[in-house]
Design a protein around this ligand. Structure first.
Ligand SMILES: *[C@@H]1O[C@H](CO)[C@@H](O)[C@H](O)[C@H]1NC(C)=O
Ligand SMILES: *[C@@H]1O[C@H](CO)[C@@H](O)[C@H](O)[C@H]1NC(C)=O
Ligand SMILES: *[C@@H]1O[C@H](CO)[C@@H](O)[C@H](O)[C@H]1NC(C)=O
Ligand SMILES: *[C@@H]1O[C@H](CO)[C@@H](O)[C@H](O)[C@H]1NC(C)=O
Length: 795
């Protein structure tokens, strides 16, 4: 059985068959008794007659030397066997074929720490890469082929009881986390190893040849054959066999990532001038990430980590958002939480979710609900302080706790992982506001109390209302006593601030967050709301008749409520001063995040942002009581909160800023940037101008660069939208990939997003899809046909 405990097998049966190597095929150069080699920089070696293989010491990355056999004629000196993989030998160690016929490895002080024991008469490294100790009668007494490490080479046999154990990493040859065993029951099985112990945890690959299988032969013509005891061929382990051993060096290696790979290396250097390299000819399993699900341990990657297949078909381990690698240098590192976990003390408001599509940790769940909505799943996990991650798929919701195991990202997984992260630390009263804040508030209350008793209060209120409205409106909706906190705009349920309050909140408008032609944004903290951080936008200049507009706009903005829009908390309209108070977005603008961050934000985050902005825009266009055209979609106007959720800012100000828009210049070399062509063509301005801007931004998001980048050498590629169209036509969208390694599904998604962007940037507004359709295309519920040439529109 595949799951047979391996320990038993190892202990009970070690039936290494020692077969004489056919002497005819081999020439040998004898290594005589008393010969020795020393581990040092000027490494001497014992060569096979053809010099294709060498035996001796190889330095390791961590210092020390491996007593090893390697391919000698290729520059990489690829090791196929080593005697002391777990104990690198110190410099100055010696290997000696002693007078008593034993092959011994000793450190400089003479302490022996490895030996091959037969009383040999001489030794030889054969042209197959096999080191053999011979008797005087030339009988094979011991051979390295019987003690494989992680590699088989042609003419090597894995007998019953034999196994390959993967290395720990590509640089560390110590025994790692996978092994492959030719079991005594006849089955050839790949296991995850109960590292650092030797027993297997769970099989992930098996030939299912119980009772039949006998030995696994990498035969001299390069075929990998599983044969029965009577020598009949049971099967080729890889279907694709027969790469010639005359043309290629070959090896079969159980790599550190648990994948059994067959590598080829051209013997003649005729690969068109390119330096030769080992290339993977075939491998198994096809997706190690989904093949391995083990009951204990982390899985292919470490605990809390996620495994996904790169374009090179090798697994990559990544940490979810909010988590980071414990050992960034180890390929399969576990991930640790970067935030304080939930306390079960009513702090759920401080948490939110990062969504990761197609991600799952299939074990580790402690609760499972069926027939529920995604929203229900979110709320339930949020309210549950034990819940660290929820998986939502179809109508199922699983709740999971850290440490999470067997994490994988794969399109076959479907559904999504909702990863709980802390979005807010418990107290954020900044010291500069804290103390004076309390005093001011008290003073205000006292003043209010005094005023309340006098008719002066009424007069002041009347005066204020006059200033604000300059109209006949009554302020009957304003509730007395709380007037200062409630809005005085009809139907507007947000706070109205006095200029003085905002001056205090921003510490005299001291810390600037951003700056546009018509407004400046300052950082602030609301003293009377526990120091809650806010962004205060001071509008400096507006077109005439702006007062009425301001009121109308504030009224329409205040009615919006969507998780991908920056929330308006209040406003101030006092004399010449018009200010808007927004929620504070701690991670700044998308422009900074996208173009200035190093390392560049990862693909998943960028995809999340593209979705978020599309949803926010769709809401503005289609779901608000009054349709809002943003008119200025660009990365500077998309902000990121603590959890990197993207939110659109500056919406609803279009009418106030109209002058700004029409004056936008066309920029350099004919790139219009984010501004739709309608603005220059005296055409009606519709929601489609936002779709255009979104399209440009979407390209920038997926390609992680600016639409116009004069630093790009290839002129053809300087304007991203032009280049993208060329690539779309030529079916060469992959040229635009930013990520070095991307899974096939992600490449597909990338191509789709480029096509969607091309639809959005059509010069003909009629051809551009509505934002709703864009969202559907992104989500995959609507097809994305090949886009026409954006510039084909003749006005
Ligand atoms: C190696 O030693 C064996 C046994 O002494 C001998 O028969 C053989 O000819 C030797 N080979 C070479 C190449 O010296
Ligand atoms: C190689 O990996 C083993 C197993 O984890 C570890 O004990 C050893 O220190 C590593 N060696 C180096 C040089 O990093
Ligand atoms: C290797 O195996 C294949 C069949 O799998 C066979 O055709 C070939 O003759 C074998 N080569 C040698 C050298 O045994
Ligand atoms: C919370 O506080 C910790 C420690 O001060 C800090 O490292 C972390 O970034 C903060 N998290 C958020 C979301 O503000």
């Amino acid at each position: 059985m595949a799951s047979l405990p391996l320990m038993n097998m190892l202990v009970i049966t070690v039936m290494l068959l020692v077969l004489p190597i056919p002497a005819t095929a081999q020439s040998r150069t004898n290594i005589t008794l008393g010969s020795s080699l020393v581990a040092n920089a000027a490494t001497s070696t014992w060569l096979s007659p053809s010099a294709e293989f060498a035996f001796g010491f190889q330095p390791t990355a961590g210092g020390g030397y491996l007593l090893a056999i390697w391919f000698h004629k290729i520059p990489e000196k690829t090791i196929i066997w080593s005697a002391n993989r777990d104990n690198p030998a110190p410099e100055g160690s010696t290997v000696r074929l002693a007078a008593n016929g034993r092959l011994q490895l000793s450190d400089p002080s003479g302490r022996q720490f490895w030996a091959a024991d037969p009383a040999a008469a001489y030794a030889a490294l054969l042209d197959t890469g096999n080191l053999v100790l011979f008797s005087a009668a030339s009988e094979n007494l011991w051979q390295s082929f019987d003690q494989p490490t992680d590699t088989l080479v042609p003419s090597q046999i894995l007998n019953q009881g034999g196994q390959l154990i993967s290395s720990f990493s590509d640089k560390n040859y110590s025994r790692g986390r996978f092994f492959f065993a030719m079991q005594s029951d006849g089955n050839l099985v790949g296991y995850t190893r109960n590292f650092p112990m030797n027993d297997g945890i769970k099989a992930y690959l098996a030939t299912m040849t119980v009772g039949d299988g006998f030995r696994y032969i990498f035969n001299a013509s390069g075929y990998l054959n599983l044969v029965a005891r009577n020598g009949t061929l049971l099967r080729n382990i890889f279907s694709n066999t027969g790469a010639s051993t005359a043309q290629f060096y070959q090896r079969l290696t159980l790599d550190y990532d648990g994948v059994l790979r067959r590598y080829l290396y051209p013997k003649s250097n005729s690969s068109g001038g390119r330096p030769a390299a080992w290339s993977v000819f075939e491998f198994s399993p096809s997706n190690i990430c989904t093949a391995v699900t083990q009951d204990t341990g982390g899985g292919v990657c470490g605990l809390n980590s996620l495994c996904s297949l790169g374009t090179d078909q090798r697994p990559r381990c990544t940490c979810p958002w909010g988590y980071s690698a414990i050992d960034p240098n180890y390929w399969a590192t576990a991930c640790k939480r970067d935030f304080l976990p939930q306390t079960c003390d009513h702090d759920q408001d401080h948490f939110g979710f990062n969504d990761m599509p197609d991600a799952d940790w299939p074990l580790s769940d402690y609760a499972h609900f069926t027939q529920v909505s995604e929203d229900w799943c979110r709320q339930d996990c949020l309210a549950d302080c034990f819940c660290d991650v929820a998986i939502y798929r179809n109508t199922d919701c699983w709740k999971k706790r850290v440490p999470l195991s067997n994490g994988k990202i794969d399109s076959g997984v479907q559904g999504k992982a909702l990863i709980k992260v802390r979005t807010r630390n418990s107290t954020v009263v900044s010291p500069s506001f804290g103390r004076s804040g309390k005093r001011n508030r008290d003073a205000f209350i006292i003043a209010g109390a005094v005023l309340l008793g006098t008719s002066v209060f009424l007069n002041i209120l009347l005066l204020v209302s006059k200033l604000l409205f300059n109209s006949r409106r009554t302020w009957s909706r304003v509730e007395e006593g709380e007037g200062n906190k409630r809005s005085v705009y009809p139907g507007v349920n947000i706070r109205c601030f006095s200029f003085k309050e905002l001056e205090e909140a921003t510490n005299g408008f001291s810390e600037q967050l951003g700056n546009g032609a018509y407004s400046t944004v300052y950082k602030g903290a609301l003293i009377d709301e526990d120091g809650k951080m806010v962004a205060v936008k001071k509008l400096s200049r507006m077109v005439d008749d702006a007062e009425k507009e301001f009121r109308a706009e504030v009224s329409s903005i205040s009615k919006t409520n969507h998780k991908n829009l920056v929330q308006l908390l209040g406003y101030c309209d006092e004399g010449q001063n018009r200010l808007l108070v927004y929620e504070f977005m701690s991670n700044g603008s998308l422009a900074t995040f996208l173009f200035e961050n190093s390392p560049k934000p990862n693909w998943y985050t960028r995809v999340q942002i593209a979705f978020a902005v599309a949803r926010g825009l769709c809401y503005l266009h289609e779901e608000c009581s009054t349709q809002i055209i943003h008119c200025d979609i660009k990365p500077q106007n998309v902000l990121l909160d603590d959890a990197h959720t993207a939110k659109i800012s500056d919406f609803g100000l279009a009418k106030l800023m109209r002058a700004d828009q029409t004056r936008t210049t066309t920029g350099i070399r004919g790139t219009r940037g984010y501004v739709a062509p309608e603005w220059f063509r005296n055409m009606p301005i519709t929601v489609k101008v936002d779709v255009y801007s979104y399209g440009i931004m979407l390209l920038e998001l997926v390609c992680c660069r600016k639409n116009f980048d004069p630093d790009v050498e290839d002129q053809r590629r300087q304007i991203l939208s032009d280049w993208a169209y060329d690539c779309c036509c030529d079916g060469a969208v992959e040229e635009m990939l930013v990520e070095e390694e991307m899974r096939d599904d992600d490449i597909k998604r990338f191509e789709k997003m480029v096509r969607i962007a091309m639809w959005c940037v059509q010069e003909d507004p009629e051809l551009r899809p509505q934002m709703k359709r864009v969202v559907h295309m992104l989500e995959g519920s609507a097809e994305v046909p090949p886009p026409p040439d954006p510039a084909s529109f003749v006005c």
